[in-house]
Design a binder for this molecule. Sequence first.
Ligand SMILES: [Cu+2]
Length: 125
Amino acid sequence: MNANSMHTRAMLIASVLFFATASADAAELTFDLRVERGHLPDAMRLVRVKQGDIVKLRWSTDRPIVLHLHGYNIETRVEPGSVAEMTFTARATGRYPIEVHLPNKGSSGHSHGEAPLVRIEVYPK
Ligand SMILES: [Cu+2]
């Protein structure tokens, strides 16, 4: 890599950082979600955020599960007795389901038959 492309690259990184800190109306939002028997209470089954928000989902569970946030494609394993965090910046608008994968079924345990555990709705800013 020559000096010129290094410079371009550094500029790119700087502008990305600037965007992240300059969007003053972006919020950092934390949601505590407790899964019992593979389900959430009805009142927790919809999470609404705005584009650009930093979303932190703090998960706890009564049994081992793997959670999959579709669209953003984040997978998080949650074990009983500890809190697992799933953090992302809501760059893309739309509605994104989080599904439960059953860890004991391996990577093929993609049980999308039931309604999703929770839906993340990201609204345009
Ligand atoms: Cu999935």
